[in-house]
Ligand binder design. Structure first.
Ligand code: F6P
Length: 404
């Protein structure tokens, strides 16, 4: 009879996106009525050991007591996973670093009753690691430390794992992936792995449960039809931001991603103020199209003073690159990078908010919703409405909603 049960074993150093991927797999399979459960060693540790185990020394291999406790936790979870599949569970996900060969040998020897798929998460992007660590140390576990102390403690924890970390190589079934770019780097599948096609496809799919894509409120530059720059919100723009803030009090928004520009941050601030827990993360990737020599000019001035620019852009708006600036086509790489950062840093099962500008929001929308390139620079991006996007492997929802 065909086996319909499988263990998924996450592998990777801390802060490499393992839990995000585990949750994504669970949510997706659950929607398909495939019974899936995550067995997370960190969660179990926090539950079973009331003492403070956030201190880095707990992870020091020389610390025998710490090592024994971690081993015990791993074994409890292995046993629970076995029990789960012995019952009516289909997919048991072991979410831990599982970094050493010794640990993986133990897993292989104890979980021989069903196939095992290893998924290794790799991300060596320093900037993202830093941001991801910053997010992690906001959890209550680190509450007794200052942010600086918590960050160095977490980095010390990583340094204890680095020497014992052995990448997947000889395991019979594995997928090695760049977890930031959702790219499969290597895969080896020798056994019949239930749900493999579905999981493999899911790993490379951008999934967001609830994404609110908002354009900043009205600015002084908007009133004069001027492009680029770093203008402030007008009174009306502030009112729009406040109306957005009011609208979103009904929802929990843990993170707001903006550009570096004042207009997006000023729109985010009133929203953050009405949320219980909310952080604003400015990303330069979401800055407005750089219009080079045309920065701060009005469309009318460009038409009058630089007719060649005006005409060339009109001919092929998507591919046209402003002299000394950018075009829609050349923005694509950084916008995609920004989206990857957002997905990596967010709990994708929760609400995500991005506040950008007109051209950036067009590019973000077109990342999730197909539009011919020639139509992308004309996507409707109003200031009195926002886009709601929900994207999964099997479903896409787009709504343009009014917030006032
Ligand atoms: O006018 C606001 C703005 O965000 C400018 O800063 C930017 O250059 C422009 O919109 C992008 O829209 P378009 O590509 O249609 O000129």
């Amino acid at each position: 009879m065909k086996d319909n049960k499988v263990y998924i074993v996450m592998v990777g150093l801390p802060a490499r996106g393992k839990s995000t991927i585990a949750t994504k797999i669970k949510e997706d399979l659950k929607n398909d009525y495939i019974k899936t459960r995550i067995f997370n060693n960190g969660d179990l540790r926090r539950k079973l050991i009331p003492d403070n185990t956030s201190i880095a020394d707990f992870y020091n291999p020389e610390n025998r007591e710490g090592a024994a406790l971690r081993e015990k936790i791993a074994l409890i979870n292995l046993e629970r996973a076995r029990e789960y599949l012995r019952g009516n569970g289909n997919v048991a996900i072991l979410d831990a670093t599982n970094a050493s060969l010794a640990r993986r040998k133990k897993i292989l020897s104890l979980l021989g009753d069903h196939p095992i798929l290893f998924i290794e998460c790799i991300n060596n992007n320093e900037e993202i690691l830093e941001a991801s660590i910053r997010r992690k140390v906001q959890t209550p576990e680190f509450g007794h430390l200052t942010t600086g102390q918590a960050i160095s403690s977490f980095k010390e924890r990583i340094s204890y794992y680095t020497p014992i970390y052995t990448a997947l190589r000889k395991e019979a079934n594995f997928i090695k992936m760049n977890s930031l770019y959702k790219k499969v780097l290597q895969e080896e599948i020798r056994d019949n792995i239930p749900y493999y096609d579905q999981i493999r496809d899911l790993l490379v799919t951008d999934t967001v449960k609830h994404l609110y894509l908002i354009r900043h409120g009205e600015t002084y530059f908007n009133l004069e039809n001027r492009i680029g720059g770093d203008s402030d919100l007008t009174k009306n723009g502030v009112l729009q931001a406040e109306a957005l803030a009011q609208y979103f009090t009904k929802k929990k928004i843990p993170l707001i991603f903006t550009s570096d520009k004042k207009r997006t941050i000023q729109t985010a601030e009133p929203i953050k103020a009405l949320q219980e827990e909310c952080a604003i993360i400015p990303l330069a990737e979401f800055n407005e199209i750089d219009s080079g020599i045309c920065e701060c000019m009005s469309y009318e001035e460009i038409r009058r003073e630089m007719p060649h620019v005006y005409r060339a852009r009109k001919m092929d708006k998507y591919n046209y690159i402003y002299p000394e600036g950018e075009g829609y086509a050349t923005m694509k790489e950084r916008i995609d990078r920004g989206i990857n950062k957002v997905i990596y840093l967010s709990d994708t099962s929760k609400n995500i908010m991005i506040i950008g500008q007109r051209a950036t929001n067009r590019m973000i929308l077109s990342h999730f919703l197909f539009r011919r390139e020639e139509d992308v620079p004309y996507i409707y991006i109003p200031q009195d409405k926002f886009y709601y996007i929900s994207a999964a492997q099997n479903r896409k929802v787009f709504q343009l909603k009014r917030y006032e």
